[in-house]
Write a protein that binds this ligand. Structure first.
Ligand SMILES: [Cu+2]
Ligand SMILES: [Zn+2]
Length: 188
């Protein structure tokens, strides 16, 4: 059987590509708080979705911090300060002047579970303001939008925002690749 020649398929040829990233949250100190947060770009917006537990019921500051560093599992401070590539003051997600990382608060229910559903126009998954490779931090208290960083207190869980790699080839191309792979695997 003839060996198939490799095709030079580019995932971004047909216009807008949806970028995706994921963050697995691990506890800071003995908080026991974990979660998974997914990020996906849609036009100008990035959709932030996921679940976090077990938090103290109520609001908790939720930020992208500058460093994707998890070495300090006691305080979480290895993630540095708020991601602020545009040199702005701290703010609400809806403010024009804010840190890129200021995505506000999440709210835990009475059982301590927070369902995250945030759409943000400032964070990006590519380019200069990309949050990929940076840290995601949830705090013990609400972000009160005070200077310099919202007085949200200790960090209770953190993680690194990592790009999700997935095959997004044109349909026809993926189908052909599958057939090639299947016939190749039968050659024994
Ligand atoms: Cu923070
Ligand atoms: Zn901030």
């Amino acid at each position: 059987m003839a060996k198939s020649s490799s095709t030079d398929a580019s995932a971004s040829q047909n216009g807008e590509e949806s970028l995706k990233a994921v963050c697995e949250l691990v506890p800071v100190g003995s908080s026991g708080v974990t979660g998974t947060i997914q990020f996906s770009s849609s036009g100008n917006m990035v959709q932030v979705r996921g679940d976090v537990a077990v938090l103290k019921p109520g609001k908790h500051g939720f930020h992208v911090h500058e460093q994707g560093g998890l070495s300090d599992k006691v305080t979480g401070k290895s993630t540095g300060g708020h991601f602020n590539p545009t040199d702005q003051p701290h703010g609400r997600p809806s403010d024009t002047e804010r840190h890129v990382g200021d995505i506000g608060n999440i709210e835990a229910d009475k059982n301590g579970k927070a369902t995250v559903k945030i759409d943000d126009a400032v964070i990006k998954l590519s380019g200069d303001d990309s949050i990929v490779g940076r840290g995601l931090v949830i705090h013990a208290e609400p972000d009160q939008f005070t200077q310099p960083t919202g007085d949200a207190c200790n960090r209770v869980t953190f993680g690194v925002i990592e790009k999700t790699y997935r095959l997004s080839l044109p349909k026809e191309c993926s189908r052909n690749m599958l057939i090639h792979f299947y016939t190749w695997s039968l050659r024994g």
